[in-house]
Design a binder for this molecule. Structure first.
Ligand code: ADP
Ligand code: MG
Length: 332
């Protein structure tokens, strides 16, 4: 009897411990290395499995879109030698968005730029490739060689796809949809710098640091206040090498076959859709301030551009403030 009483007492005392373990303490955050980058999702509310679900979704999309995973839709297209390939409807959807941005940016964004990306291979190279190889590589670049009919994609023989400039944005949009289904109303989704600020933080917008190109880690050119929007940055300062004092980075101008040289070191696109913002950020960096501004207008997006001499240029929908000596940007 005494033994039973002790056991009962032990269970009774342990009960609150179990209860407090089950109750989530927000914010909850999960970080994984995927798609050659660091992915972090932070939620401030919602159902218990929201984070796991978001991470599983990222993995599934990586398996569809990664050009280096042999069984992915993109690798199958790249190995098709011009034959039609049936793909997942979402691959077809992403490719259509990519082709639309390619068309509207007059080919600055081009998902067929892979031969040049591989030739420059900026994370491993120490010197630029021979010009004759660049000229040769350019021959198989051209988004007009991709045709989509329903879920069937045909790429001209020799044409290779790389969705590295847009896939993270598309996946971000899908993660946001998924989190909303899991009753999350406040979250930060960060896919390698591809940001979406879902809802707000206790009624206040989230603050996003705009990295100073080649600055110290966490050195900001400005702080952007944002809620329920995406902010996607393309910059020349993350993947690059230098040779003879010259900078060679990972965003290739399909007109020249060389890393873009538009006078811009970074472009942040603010929009509702992250797929759009991702494709646009790559395009705008190549196009330079004037053409980038015109393109952003077509898509109802706002831009924060940083020039090679560290000037900040923004589109009309952004207003400036200063707080504690820092430039603070808000949407008008
Ligand atoms: P991030 O490296 O942060 O994803 P971007 O979204 O700008 O930056 O994507 C850059 C990647 O897009 C490159 O690593 C390459 O895979 C691909 N890319 C390079 N140049 C172009 C281009 N002109 N059009 C489309 N994709 C490009
Ligand atoms: Mg991009």
């Amino acid at each position: 009897m005494k033994k039973h009483l002790c056991l009962l007492l032990a269970v009774f005392l342990a009960l609150p411990l179990f209860c407090s373990c089950e109750k989530n303490v927000y914010p909850l955050s999960s970080t994984e290395f995927m798609m050659d980058t660091v992915i972090t999702v932070t939620v401030y509310d919602g159902e218990a499995d929201a984070l796991d679900s978001a991470m599983t979704l990222c993995k599934q999309y990586e398996n569809l879109f990664s050009r280096t995973i042999e069984t992915s839709d993109i690798a199958r297209i790249n190995n098709s030698n011009g034959a039609p390939v049936t793909v997942d409807p979402e691959t077809a959807e992403l490719l259509k968005i990519a082709l639309d941005i390619a068309e509207k940016s007059d080919g600055a964004f081009d998902p067929t730029v892979l031969p040049l990306v591989e030739l420059w291979n900026v994370t491993k190279s120490t010197a630029p490739p021979e010009q004759n190889l660049i000229t040769e590589g350019l021959k198989s670049v051209g988004y007009k060689s991709i045709h989509i009919n329903g879920d069937t994609v045909t790429a001209k023989n020799g044409v290779k796809l790389d969705l590295g400039g847009i896939a993270k944005g598309y996946i971000t949009d899908k993660v946001v949809e998924n989190l909303k289904q899991k009753k999350v109303t406040s979250a930060i989704i960060n896919l390698g710098g591809n940001l979406y600020l879902l809802g707000d933080k206790k009624g206040e917008p989230f603050s996003v640091g705009i990295q100073k190109p080649f600055g110290k880690q966490d050195e900001h050119s400005a702080v952007l206040m944002l809620k329920n929007k995406t902010a996607v940055t393309s910059g020349v300062y993350q993947r690059y090498f230098r040779h003879d004092g010259q900078l060679y980075h990972h965003i290739i101008d399909p007109k020249t076959g060389h890393p873009s040289d538009s006078g811009l070191y970074a472009v942040t696109v603010i929009a509702d859709s992250s797929s759009l913002a991702d494709g646009l950020s790559t395009a705008c960096l190549i196009l330079g301030p004037e053409k980038a501004t015109a393109l952003a207008k077509e898509y109802n997006a706002e831009l924060i551009m940083i020039t090679s001499d560290n000037q900040l240029i923004t589109t009309d929908g952004i207003k400036y403030d200063t707080k504690n000596g820092e430039t603070v940007l808000n949407l008008k």
